[in-house]
Design a protein around this ligand. Sequence first.
Ligand SMILES: Nc1ncnc2c1ncn2[C@@H]1O[C@H](COP(=O)(O)OP(=O)(O)OP(=O)(O)O)[C@@H](O)[C@H]1O
Length: 307
Amino acid sequence: MQSIISVQNLVKTYASGFQALKGVDLEIRRGEIFALLGPNGAGKTTLISIICGIVNATSGSVTADGHDIRKEFRAARSKIGLVPQELTSDAFESVWRTMTFSRGLFGKPPNPAHLEKVLKDLSLWDKKDSPILSLSGGMKRRVMIAKALSHEPQILFLDEPTAGVDVELRRDMWDMVRSLRDSGVTIILTTHYIEEAEEMADRIGVISKGEIILVEEKNTLMRKLGRKQLTLHLQAPLQQIPTQLANRQLELSPDGTQLIYTFDAQADATGIASLLRQLNEHGIDFKDLHTSESSLEEIFVSLVHQR
Ligand SMILES: Nc1ncnc2c1ncn2[C@@H]1O[C@H](COP(=O)(O)OP(=O)(O)OP(=O)(O)O)[C@@H](O)[C@H]1O
């Protein structure tokens, strides 16, 4: 499948001499939701800003729907909608005028039917004549999305779309983003909320210290890097793990009442059956057991910490 965004060997060295991007390659597939995860200062905003033509790269190239962001700036930029973190509109202006103005900036002829559809999709139609400042925080965020969609872009960047919003609004936002994807828009979002990436993304990219350290299908990532744990609640506390079991991936809880076995969720043989046999041989009885899987958060933290 042809990529809708192609980033090749992108380097950004700021005037201070700091290298924020160290040769980034990234392909975004048409129609996907791609989540870009990274700790503070990893280079997410720099990368997005270059793709959107706000910041110039030191070297490397970016194409959006086949158009080079430098050589064919207007054509490339018109494919992209950007929803920044901060509200960037005249708060006294009405929702409708904000959208028509934004569309005009891209040199697109008026298309009231498109704007109406966007506003209806975002449940903002009845607010079209309201000044932005009269709207709630959640509505203002939706107006920023409406504004970014006003020129009919095929690619939408959402920078931290749900930072600081309450749980209910976050869920609404997720539903909205999914329905945008279903309507054919490719979505790239940055987020600090791992839960958000886990919930929404088709693929996940992790950036750390200016390098993309991993790009993977979310499900594959969770399967591949996911660890499973089996916790056994013991009948009687243990002082220590018997030496015969020392070569196992076992941990004893500080109070000695739980044995925790970590195993590879992917492996054909988990070793659970033989572990249980060994415990039986050593007279270690348990009253209960449960298994748990590592979350994307744990995977992410361990990835970034390995570096
Ligand atoms: N104009 C600039 N001049 C010099 N250094 C900069 C400039 N802008 C960003 N940086 C540095 O580049 C690095 C990457 O910044 P960037 O804003 O891209 O990170 P980020 O991943 O978006 O972080 P956050 O999650 O905190 O928004 C940081 O170390 C930052 O201090």
